[in-house]
Design a protein. Structure first.
Length: 276
């Protein structure tokens, strides 16, 4: 199956992120109002297009959507003078939910599946059999076996959806019970998603390859490169911050904000009313 340039799930994810950011800026926007709110949205869209052009094809991936969202959030946080990593710690929960649900678009489109397998949860259909036969991934016997249901393909969309579903609870637990510094939840997400995407991408048959390069005789997949690099960076940051740096809970943005409001005589919901 040829790699689709505009996959349903990535288009939906990018659209959701853009709309959510627009709504957030409109609600909590700076004094510039709607005009300033358009700036991060435009930068986010430009980032997606630029990364797509970088790879020489009109390819929208989860990574370009995440990069666009991160750049959009950076601009928004600078306008509002908010801690980027504190905001990102909140945003990754919604991002994981979006990725978890969005992957089922692959099921609807019958795309982004893996290689041939006989596992009980294999996925079978005539279109899958025909696609594999046309790519030379199965012979006539394999084609018939898929039609008969004795063979199928890995439902990689389901693997990633399940991986992200588990990640939602893991990320929530880290933020709730083990958060030591702003950005810890964000980097934990990057590590978790990167590791999952790396091994799941290796099962797929429709990957975009990294400029035709090979490693040990096998083609290098672009998504695997991005996944393992991002996971490695996240692991280095987490190890450094948790093992080699000491963090005071009062340094967390939410605690600094609470202390500032307390000093200003404000309650959690805003300025406290003075009694007559």
């Amino acid at each position: 199956m040829k790699n689709k340039a505009f996959g349903f799930y990535t288009a939906a994810l990018t659209l959701i992120l853009t709309v959510a950011t627009l709504v957030a800026v409109l609600i909590y926007g700076s004094k510039g109002g709607v005009v300033n709110s358009l700036v991060p949205i435009a930068l986010g869209a430009a980032a997606v297009c630029e990364v797509s052009l970088l790879f020489g094809e009109k390819v929208w991936t989860d990574f370009t959507g995440i990069i666009a969202a991160a750049l959009t959030l950076i601009v928004f946080c600078r306008i509002r003078k908010i801690s980027f990593f504190s905001f990102a710690d909140l945003g990754v929960h919604g991002l994981l939910i979006g990725q978890c649900i969005g992957r089922w678009g692959n099921f609807m489109n019958v795309e982004a599946y893996g290689g041939v397998t006989g596992l009980p949860w294999r996925m079978c259909s005539e279109s899958i059999a025909s696609s594999l036969l046309s790519q030379g991934l199965v012979d006539a016997d394999g084609y018939q076996a898929i039609l008969d249901g004795t063979l199928g393909v890995h439902p990689t969309f389901f693997y990633e959806s399940l991986w992200n579903f588990v990640g939602i609870f893991l990320i929530y637990w880290i933020g709730k019970h083990w958060k030591k510094f702003d950005g810890q939840v964000f980097w934990s997400y990057v590590l978790w998603y990167g590791l999952g995407r790396f091994w799941i991408e290796g099962l797929r048959t429709d990957s975009l390859y990294f400029f035709g390069l090979e490693l040990f005789g096998a083609p290098i997949r672009t998504s695997q490169v991005l996944a393992i690099v991002s996971a490695a960076v996240a692991a280095v940051v987490l190890i450094y911050e948790l093992k080699f740096r000491r963090h005071d809970p009062s340094e967390l943005y939410v605690n600094r904000l609470a202390a500032h409001r307390a000093d200003a005589g404000e309650g959690p919901g805003g300025p406290e009313k003075k009694e007559d």
